[in-house]
Design a protein around this ligand. Sequence first.
Ligand code: PLP
Length: 477
Amino acid sequence: MAMNKLYERVAKQIAVQIDQGLYRPGDRLPGVRRLAQQFDVSISTIVQAQRLLEDDGLIEARPRSGYYVRVQLWPRPAQPVISRPTVRPVPVTGQELVLRLVQAANEPDCVQLGAAVPAPEFLPARAIQRALSAAARAGGEQLATYQFPPGSPELRRQIARRMLEAGCRVGPDEIVITSGCQEALVLALRAVANKGDVVAIESPSFYGLLQAIESLGMRALEIPTDPATGISVEALELALEKWPVKACVLTANFSNPLGSIMPPEKKQALVTLLASHEIPLIEDDIYGDLGFEDERPHALRAYDETGGVIYCASFSKTLSPGLRVGWILPGRWQEQIEYLKYVTSLAAPTLSQMAVAGFLHHGGYDRHLRQVRSAYARQVAVMTRAVSKYFPKGTRVTQPRGGFVIWLELPEAVDTLKLCQQALARNISIAPGSVFSAAGKYRNCLRLNCAQPWNDTLEKALITVGKMAELSAGLAT
Ligand SMILES: Cc1ncc(COP(=O)(O)O)c(C=O)c1O
């Protein structure tokens, strides 16, 4: 859809304003004169733009009172249904493509819909630069030394304060700083399980976790997971009776890729179930601060009374993935995890730790979170709308209430691995469904990263991938 004519460009901008919630369903649009002034175009251009928006079903005319945003804006695509993996422990396979996928994220010309990495526009780059400079100036000799585990005391104090928001009362001494959440997950797995052991996970699950399980020689047990409310506690309970599960790893708040959030009673039931079987629960809460609603959801760790929950998180999705600052609350495994962190990489980088401590101390974090959470909510809405316009009929899309990824279930015939390769040839990266399953399930699914500024290039990329999917589904006309 080339956007050459002026009225088309104006219509597009109004559509974006509607998508962004500037005008909500039922709101009256400003009159033609006001709009003409706002866009600095003629009245006839506005009239043409309004007709276009009316044809697109975005606005409707009401006699003698102007144009209104339609209440039923567009039919939201249906959500995928609960996953049905084969519940049997398997070695993880098929992860070779992932490195290519994440490398694409660093190529400047690539439209980056694959890796779940926010575009720099969504991160507080300048404030982080200031925090790094301030830390470099103030750090003195300390900068040149290791911050051995558990890590910077000031950073751990700041994190302990933030953990209250997630319902967790912990002291700074119960926190170990890690090099990102990925390292935290690996340390947690190594502390509680060994080669050959069975680890229960959500299905689909974040590929970094699958790779960690693979590299440690453990086996993954995929548990059915609901796109809205997370892992099925009943299915997990049945699996525990059948298989010798050594640990369970999951993301209760805005999981990756489904975006599911477990309701409080389900979190409680899960923690109680695993505690009664004395099975450690490793929680990945990396998206916990990124909910679209005001209240920060509690972590599973908040329900833990036995020290059996190991909590992992990082600042990679909120401040900067490049800082490599994460943390872990090891619960009962404090000593082992401090030691494992030490033997794995000695310490987390001193400058990064000091910079994040400074950033948290100066109080810009909550303001930044408020901005970025509403930006991500808008991005998810805009991308979902584009998918419903450009992807094959019948495509299902998740409706996450936090984070910034959406998961698409395309018609059965679409092979997203092929789609991914075709898209990469056109400089577009997407994440094919099969890399989110230990056994290569979800071949007709894909995950899209919505933390990209909306522009023509992005829209064209979605049109391209949508067309490829149409062809692949055999539905192209
Ligand atoms: C669910 C989840 N856990 C962990 C990670 C890795 O985080 P980090 O960059 O902090 O190591 C990611 C990053 O994509 C993720 O999505």
